[in-house]
Design a protein. Sequence first.
Length: 63
Amino acid sequence: MKVRVDAERCQGHTLCAMNAPDVFELDDVDGHASPVSEDVPADLEADVIEAVRSCPERAISVS
Ligand code: F3S
C-alpha cells in the first residue's frame, strides 16, 4: 500500500496521526500531515485505513 496526503486539502485536524502515529508526521508550524514514507508496512495498513476514514478533509489517499 502507498499513502499520500494532499497538502492543499489538509487543514491540520491531526486525526490521521492519532490513528496511525507511525505513518504520519505533523509539521511543527502548521500541524499539516505528511507520511513518514509513502510505502506503508503491511502491519500498519489497518491504521492507515482508519486514518483515511477519519480525515474530515478527505486529504488522504491510498493505492
Ligand atoms: Fe490533515 Fe486530515 Fe490529517 S486534515 S492533519 S490529513 S486528519
